[in-house]
Design a protein around this ligand. Structure first.
Ligand code: HEM
Length: 419
């Protein structure tokens, strides 16, 4: 029999790819697991798609997070990093620095952003979740992204940081401008980041004079061997907590609910388990949703600072490397039935929160919000269903994140007490 011609690589970075990147990633994993590509911005970068390579790359200290290691071409195009953050004082955040600065800042923030602080925040997250669902439960329909997944994390982080209630809607607006970046509103993003930065600087200044129980006060108070965060560092930290903790959580809720609606058998199991007051399936289920269709498609930029090979491929110094978490987390060499959503999966060391020294510091908060969102939605709106043709749903086109622009749903309206 004549040999079958190798199938052609499905195109990357098209609208079809945004809707379902997994076939293209499966092709890359199999045929060209470390693939040099030209990104839509014009920057050339390496995509790492196999689980073992991805895990190794995320922990490789020769891959720097500091953008001063951009190669010439990335510098020229200037399209690397968070838009608007090129204001120097915002650059010193955790995702842009290496040890020893990273070690120092991470230790300081860990003193303030503790698991205890997050656990104590649970009743507040539940209250926010219920309040948002109250806003549409009697209507029988909603756009779950705009009315629920989007505002929940922004209000939660604002509360945690200590942004006064009367200012939180400004944050909601700025965050809205930032999230639309995927739609190409770059100028708007820059303005939103600038305003947020000015606001945070002012807030930190005020808090320093009147420390409270909030996270910003905690950041100001945090000290390590007599070292404190400077005001700039505290502002950059507050900014990255917001930036890293916002759209990711929107997508956990959006992609998660969508995956459940597309997998009715799994959704029924979860709903029954929640109805019995059990938590085990919810906990493994959140991890599985992070693996199956996680919020962060590609880990943030890394740059080769010395020659190295990944999966046998030589990476020249200065080249950007993007670890494709979405591809690694469906690698059949690590995950059985990689394309199946199995909420009870226990052997699940997914990379959805990253790996190594930059592992997500907000993971406990994200899990808490994910649990509250899914439990409350499925309990209060038990017949929740998709109100759109899945083919017509639009996905945001940004490079790093993966998430829906809208998620229209229907359900039997909740009866209010006075109905
Ligand atoms: C880092 C995912 C929620 C704050 C990361 C990284 C990933 C990630 C993959 C590593 C990026 C890399 O190495 O390039 C997620 C997901 C979330 C989530 C999937 C929601 C489901 C949050 C929340 C916060 C947060 C709620 C804070 C409020 C951070 C910070 C870093 C980080 C500050 C940088 C840590 C460092 O560099 O040391 N996150 N994240 N994240 N995340 Fe999250």
């Amino acid at each position: 029999m004549p040999a079958q011609p190798a199938s052609a690589r499905p195109p990357l970075f098209t609208w079809e790819f945004a809707a379902d990147p997994y076939p293209a990633y499966a092709w890359l994993r199999e045929h060209e697991p470390v693939h040099r590509t030209t990104l839509p911005s014009g920057v050339e970068a390496w995509l790492v798609t196999r689980y073992a390579d991805a895990r190794q790359a995320l922990a490789d200290s020769r891959l720097s997070k500091n953008p001063v290691h951009h190669s010439e071409q990335a510098h020229r195009t200037g399209r690397v990093g968070i838009p608007g953050e090129r204001q120097a004082d915002l650059m010193t955040h955790l995702l842009n620095i290496d040890p020893p600065d990273h070690t120092r800042l991470r230790r300081l923030v860990s003193k303030a952003f503790t698991p205890r602080r997050v656990a104590a925040f649970e009743p507040r997250v539940q209250q926010l979740t219920d309040r948002l669902i109250d806003g549409f439960a009697a209507r029988g329909s909603a756009d779950l992204i705009h009315e629920f997944a989007f505002p929940l994390p922004i209000y939660a982080i604002c509360d945690l940081l200590g942004v006064p209630a009367e200012d939180q809607d400004d944050f909601r607006d700025w965050a809205g401008m930032m999230i639309r970046h995927g739609g190409g509103q770059r100028g708007g993003v820059g303005r939103a980041v600038k305003r947020m930065r000015a606001y945070l600087a002012e807030l930190i200044h005020r808090k320093r004079a009147d420390l409270g129980d909030d996270l910003i006060s905690g950041l100001i108070r945090a000290s390590d061997h007599g070292e404190h965060l400077t005001e700039n560092e505290a502002a950059a930290m507050a900014f990255i907590l917001l930036f890293a903790g916002f759209e990711t959580t929107v997508n956990l809720i959006g992609n998660g609910v969508y995956a459940l609606l597309r997998n009715p058998g799994q959704r029924a199991l979860l709903q029954e388990s929640i109805g019995r007051g059990e938590s085990a399936l919810l906990e493994t289920g959140i991890e599985e949703l992070l693996r199956y269709d996680g919020p962060v498609e590609l880990a943030t930029w890394r740059f080769a600072t010395s020659p190295l090979t990944i999966g046998g491929v030589e990476i020249p110094v200065g080249d950007p490397v993007l670890v494709v978490l979405a591809a690694a987390d469906r690698d059949p060499a690590r995950f059985a039935d990689e394309n199946t959503l199995d909420l009870a999966r226990t052997d699940n060391p997914h990379l959805g929160f990253g790996h190594g020294i930059h592992y997500c510091i907000g993971a406990p908060l994200a899990r808490l919000e994910g649990r509250a969102a899914l439990t409350t939605l499925l309990s209060r709106l038990p017949d929740l269903r998709l109100a759109a043709d899945p083919e017509e749903l639009r996905w945001r086109g940004g490079l790093i994140m993966r998430g829906l622009r809208e998620l229209p749903v229907e359900f039997t309206p909740e009866r209010t007490a006075d109905a």
